[in-house]
Design a protein. Structure first.
Lengths: 134, 684
């Protein structure tokens, strides 16, 4: 019950009922990424005359975190590419690493060595000058 | 005299002034790139366009002489359009790399693009790219950024006296380059970094180390030579990032030498950051110690030592306060044996005018004949040399040299390397005597090289005779100059820190020797004596010491220095001394407690009050105390013989003349580069 009320009113844990309803009525599934996020586009090519592009959206599989969207889907969502990666997969180079979400604010966040957040002890200052020794 | 109307304001300017200067006088700001007060007028950037009534098109105000009755507008629509147009043209080939450019934040082009540019670019074509040039270890070049203002070229030929810099090609193909792809043969080359209005020429050692706006700026003075150039020290945290010149018309105008500009990394190297005490026994070695231990060792050594067994030597970088404190301390201990003339100079010191540069540096411009005696101003006082050069360029200036041949960057009549020639000029039989006789304001510059050793008094006497004979000293002119090369020297001589030479101070009687930053001391003469070294850098002097007391370098203390003209100037603290090091005078104050004597001051205020009481002129900052023309005479007869210049004796050469410079990697690189260039020249 609590979950249901949450689905009506809040949008940051899981997509709202409104979104689900809209997706059901107007959405056409385009594909999904490795994390299981689903991508949709509007069924009608509606008011294109007004200069509006096709509507594209994502329904997250779990956490609502925009950084979970990999680069190729991000490009499609933002109309940088016309075809979704499911139809026109992006060429990947040898040096590219798999997509990662933004770790800021999470447990895996990066802190430099010696930061109190990583529990480390700061190395003692080494001095910014060179001392003379006989 | 010409009277112009600028934006409705009437101004009267001197004859020969330009429209740009008139506009400035009327308070109208004119943007510019190529115009510079101290360089010739080029008129090739066109940024200074203004509207002149009755002229068919906008005029370049920097190149247009102000004429009577001109009506100039600087704020009209035409002027705005003209500036926008010029700016757009300049930006066509200027890369958009401000974020990675060291000039960012202090760039004329950046500022003026914001102030006078269009804000948008319409340019769609490819930009020009220019190969970077090699200008040695000090200047980093990104020639694509060059806007061809030619300031650097004019500086090199007009002020620095190095003709290697010039422009090749024309139109879009023109490039500023050193013809032979080598560093500039000048110790003033660093100034092109300040002159370049864009980031084409930047400092190589400073490259990518800091942004101009994050630096703390401290206005202080330089101690690399006795000129006392006014400088600005830019520091971040406890590190000095760069040194820039500060305007002082009387001394350095707005230039500084490369040694002044680039010695700063030496301030963080070889530093004495703790006290040292030499262990006893056979393999005696200096070991780091606490201040207490150091003082204990001194106390032990001083037990039973007689009053006249104390001696002190003053190094080249010592400040007035430290010297005064040490003098007071020695006085309280009962000794007068304190000596500053480590180079063995024996010139006259009876009157102030007998050891300072009486003409004053600015005064050189009024001289019309000059005789150099045993000095190489290029190496002993670079900024004085550039003043002389400036005077030579104006013309009507006869200059001759008695002493070793030297390339000063301008033509000098070489009279020969023997005091004989000086005597001939003095008697009047030499042909240069004519030039001196004809001159209205003749001057003579006597280097420490000529005043060294036994002959010093004689040379001084001969020069005095020369001065009298050719009317060098009169009511409103004093042409008798002694060129000091050590920053501490004039101040020390003002306080009379002389005890008959180094040898006398280090005589058999002496048991305890204080070295106040004195490094050029003969190790043999210190044998068997207890040596207390006070200084900032571990150099020759420190390795000879029994106890080392670490003190502050000149950027780390508030101190007084007197320059070669007798001008009192003060340094301002920019950073803190490293580790356990303390300001020099506080160390002396602490020593007073160790010896159980009272020096009569506990803080800087009391010290300075005592100092001013004893020597009132130290209170007057930045004044020249007139031309003191009387008060000394000497009758010693000069012996003939070879003349030397002190520059030839700098251990390691010009760039290595003091412990800070010797610690600097940048200057070491310069020296290596010079050696390399000379080597490649020799091999053709
Ligand atoms: S390098 Fe700098 S100073 Fe020299 S011409 Fe180019 S912009 Fe001017
Ligand atoms: S400042 Fe006048 S043309 Fe450059």
């Amino acid at each position: 019950m609590f979950k249901f009320i949450k689905r009506i009113f809040i949008w940051w844990e899981v997509s709202t009922l409104g979104t689900q309803w809209h997706t059901f009525l107007h959405g056409e599934k385009v594909g999904s990424d490795d994390e299981g996020n689903l991508y949709y586009k509007g069924k009608k090519k509606a008011p294109l005359s007004a200069g509006m592009p096709e509507r594209r959206w994502v329904v997250y599989n779990g956490d609502m975190d925009a950084t979970r969207i990999p680069a190729e889907w991000h490009a499609w969502l933002h109309h940088t590419s016309d075809l979704p990666p499911s139809e026109a997969p992006l060429e990947t180079k040898a040096f590219e690493t798999p997509h990662e979400t933004n770790k800021t604010g999470s447990k895996e966040a990066y802190f430099p060595a010696g930061s109190p957040m990583s529990g480390g002890k700061r190395a003692s200052a080494t001095g910014d000058y060179e001392a003379w020794r006989p | 005299m010409a009277t112009l109307t600028i934006d409705g304001i009437e101004v009267t300017v001197e004859a020969g002034a330009t429209v740009l200067q008139a506009c400035e006088q009327a308070g109208a700001e004119i943007p510019r790139f190529c115009y510079h007060e101290r360089l010739s007028i080029a008129g090739n950037c066109r940024m200074c366009l203004v509207e002149l009534e009755k002229a068919p098109k906008p005029i370049a105000s920097c190149a247009m002489p102000a004429g009577d009755g001109m009506v100039v507008h600087t704020k009209t629509e035409t002027v705005k359009k003209a500036r926008e147009g010029v700016m757009e043209f300049l930006l066509i080939n200027h890369p958009l790399d401000c974020p990675i450019c060291d000039q960012g934040g202090e760039c004329d082009l950046q500022d003026q693009a914001v102030g006078y540019g269009r804000g948008l670019s319409r340019y769609d074509e490819g930009k020009r790219a220019v190969k970077d040039k090699n200008m040695g270890p000090l200047i980093s070049t990104t020639m694509t950024r060059c806007i061809h203002c030619m300031r650097c070229v004019r500086f090199a030929t007009e002020v620095a006296g190095a003709d290697e810099l010039g422009a090749l090609g024309r139109g879009e193909g023109s490039e500023v380059t050193t013809y032979l792809e080598g560093s500039l043969n000048s110790e003033m080359s660093g100034n092109v970094i300040d002159l370049c209005p864009v980031g084409a020429l930047t400092s190589k050692p400073y490259a990518f180390t800091a942004r101009s706006w994050e630096l703390k700026k401290t206005e202080t003075i330089d101690v690399m030579d006795a000129v006392g150039s006014n400088i600005r020290v830019d520091s971040r945290g406890n590190q000095i990032m760069r040194i820039l010149p500060r305007l002082n018309e009387g001394i350095n105008e707005e230039w500084i030498s490369d040694k002044t500009r680039f010695h700063y990394d030496g301030l963080l190297k070889n530093r004495l950051d703790t006290a040292f005490v030499k262990s006893s026994g056979k393999n005696a070695k200096l070991k780091p110690a606490s201040w207490q231990d150091a003082f204990k060792a001194i106390k032990k050594a001083a037990k039973g030592v007689k009053a006249d067994a104390y001696g002190a030597l003053i190094g080249d970088l010592a400040d007035v306060e430290a010297m005064f404190a040490l003098k007071t301390l020695l006085g309280q201990l009962g000794s007068k044996s304190i000596e500053c003339r480590l180079d063995g100079s024996t010139g006259q010191t009876s009157a102030r005018s007998s050891y300072i540069f009486n003409t004053s540096i600015g005064g050189i411009e009024h001289a019309d004949a000059c005789l150099l005696v045993g000095c190489n101003p290029r190496e002993e006082a670079t900024l004085i040399n550039s003043r002389l050069r400036k005077r030579v360029r104006v013309g009507g200036f006869a200059i001759a040299n008695v002493g070793p041949k030297a390339d000063l960057g301008y033509p000098v009549e070489e009279l020969g390397n023997d005091f004989n020639h000086l005597a001939q000029v003095t008697v009047g039989t030499h042909k240069f005597a004519k030039a001196l006789k004809a001159a209205k304001n003749p001057m003579v510059i006597i280097g420490q090289g000529a005043l060294k050793g036994k002959n010093g008094a004689g040379v001084m006497a001969s020069c005095l005779e020369l001065a009298e004979k050719y009317g060098m000293v009169s009511e409103d002119w004093n042409g008798l100059n002694v060129l000091q090369h050590a920053a501490s020297r004039v101040g020390a001589l003002d306080m009379g820190l002389m005890a008959g030479g180094v040898d006398k101070v280090l005589g058999d009687k002496t048991e305890i020797v204080f070295l106040l930053g004195a490094d050029d001391v003969d190790a043999d003469k210190l044998k068997g004596k207890f040596v207390i070294y006070m200084g900032s850098h571990g150099d020759a002097g420190a390795s000879l010491a029994d106890v080392i007391l670490p003190t502050a370098a000149y950027t780390e203390k508030q101190a007084t220095y007197v320059n070669v003209e007798g001008r009192v100037q003060r340094t301002v603290q920019a950073t803190f001394p490293p580790g356990e090091a303390r300001e020099d005078w506080t160390v002396v104050r602490a020593l007073a407690d160790v010896f159980g004597v009272d020096v009569g001051f506990n803080n800087m205020g009391e010290l300075r009050a005592k100092l001013y009481e004893a020597y009132p002129h130290f209170a007057d900052e930045d004044v020249l105390d007139g031309h003191d023309t009387k008060g000394f005479a000497t009758k010693t007869v000069m012996k003939m013989g070879k003349v030397t210049s002190i520059a030839a004796e700098f251990a390691g050469g010009y760039y290595m003349s003091n412990p800070i410079a010797r610690s600097s990697n940048i200057l070491a690189e310069v020296v290596a580069n010079i050696a390399e260039q000379q080597g490649s020249k020799a091999h053709g």
